[in-house]
Design a protein around this ligand. Structure first.
Ligand code: LLP
Length: 423
């Protein structure tokens, strides 16, 4: 698993050729730091594993939507998987061709459908009969034929670290229930402004096992046979979604060669092109949140390390009780059991609880690891805290790829003089 983060002989944490101390001095803290090299390596490892069959990698940009990160992936040959009009805008802005975009999501608005049709995207992953009919109508109004895949809930057993990130089990809100999918396909084939191009599933996020992918694929291929028997001629793609696990603590990440071994024979036999939508696998391990220790504090028999980053900057520990490793930038021998917390006025504002952590003192730097995915993108302004900077390291250079918000940014959208209306 490529991370891009290594230590010098004297124990200083580096991101490829750049020291995190240098980044903190230049950019300040907190800041997210990403390794372009690690992102490329992760992309390439999956691309290589899938090489035996025709395939497309559509990076799920909800994991990390920074324009510079998107451009690194575009240069590697990636497409994107989007879930909103905002992501469509970003993807086009980053230079992706419309034909490199698939549009997922359980609730797409009429406006978003129109925007994506006007752009000419590769495919809509349609999640309900309602969406199918609405898309048909809007496409008709625009004089277009909408290319779609049906996102089917394969209803397989999936285990992920948190139940919020399971999507492919019976009863989830996502996708068309398996036993309704054939009817949906029949309907798609009859609608004049719909072109049925594929079948799609996404079973969950941070999935370690191969079985749910294999089971889901078997179910989608069976469905494909049934749909072909209805006379479908345009189905070309089979999209297995994303979800491939990375290492947060000491877990084995998804072995993409084993995944390929399990899936490619079936794909090859079907004659379809494979689509994947990985997010976390591409960027998760390639990023850290760099923060400074403000002080240490003892209270109620516990010890706290209070950092300048908080739950608004990285919500995963609080929201999913997710494990993220916390390390000192300058390694230290001595350790204590502490809570690593932020300055936000919530008891849920923590990165680690009752964890043995190096004895970092006020003013020293720490990193919260494996935060390249679902870190900055899930940050918010609670407590009127400006959102942090993002930095991309490429070899021995680094650049700020998102500026730190200033106080003025916090009030930018709030007028001082109110323009009242009556209604
Ligand atoms: N495709 C679809 C349709 C998705 O909904 C997702 C993620 C992906 C692909 C990419 O999944 P990945 O390869 O990144 O696992 N905020 C949560 C994760 C939510 C994932 C939502 N969907 C977290 O921080 O763990």
């Amino acid at each position: 698993m490529a991370t891009g983060f290594t230590r010098t002989a004297s124990g200083v944490l580096m991101c490829d050729g750049v020291s995190l101390e240098a980044i903190a001095s230049a950019v300040g803290t907190p800041a997210y730091v990403y390794s372009a090299r690690a992102i490329r390596e992760q992309y390439d490892s999956l691309d290589r594993a899938l090489a035996p069959v025709p395939h497309r990698l559509h990076y799920s940009m909800k994991a990390n939507a920074n324009l510079a990160v998107l451009r690194v992936l575009r240069e590697q040959g990636a497409g994107v998987d989007i879930v909103s009009g905002g992501e469509l805008y970003r993807a086009l802005h980053a230079g992706f061709g419309a034909d490199a975009i698939v549009f997922s999501g359980v609730g797409k608005s009429p406006g978003e459908l129109r925007e994506a049709l006007a752009a000419g995207i590769l495919m809509f992953n349609v999640e309900s009969m309602f969406e199918l009919e609405q898309l048909n109508e809007i496409a008709g109004e625009m004089g277009r034929r909408a290319p779609i895949a049906l996102r089917v809930n394969p209803e397989v057993q999936v285990s992920t670290p948190h139940h919020y990130t399971r999507t492919g089990e019976r009863g989830n809100k996502f996708g068309i229930p398996y036993d309704e999918a054939l009817d949906a396909a029949r309907c798609a084939l009859e609608l004049p402004n719909i072109a049925l191009r594929g079948l799609d599933m996404h079973i969950g996020s941070q999935v370690f096992e191969l079985e749910p992918y294999r089971d889901g694929l078997v179910r989608l291929l069976a469905l494909h046979d049934q749909i072909r028997a209805l006379g479908a001629t345009e189905i070309r793609y089979l999209d297995i979604g994303g979800g491939f696990a990375v290492t947060y603590e000491d877990e084995q990440p998804m072995d993409v060669d084993a995944l390929a071994g399990a899936l490619l024979p079936g794909i090859r036999q079907s004659g379809l092109s494979l689509i994947t939508e990985p997010g976390r696998f591409i960027v998760g391990n390639a990023g850290v949140l760099l923060a400074r220790v403000m002080h240490r504090k003892k209270a109620g028999g516990k010890e706290y390390i209070i950092t300048d980053a908080g739950m608004n900057d990285l919500v995963r520990p609080s929201h999913y009780h997710a494990y993220h490793a916390v390390e000192a930038v300058q390694a230290r021998e001595e350790r204590s059991v502490v809570d690593v917390v932020g300055p936000v006025c919530e008891s849920g504002d923590f990165f680690a609880l009752d964890r043995e952590v190096e004895d970092v003192e006020a003013g020293e730097l720490i990193v919260v690891r494996t935060t390249g995915a679902y870190g900055y993108v899930m940050s918010f302004n609670y407590n009127s805290r400006p959102r942090v900077a993002e930095v991309l390291v490429d070899g021995d250079r680094f650049a700020v790829v998102t500026r730190r918000e200033r106080y003025e940014d916090l009030v930018r959208l709030e007028p001082d003089h109110l323009d009242w209306s009556t209604g």
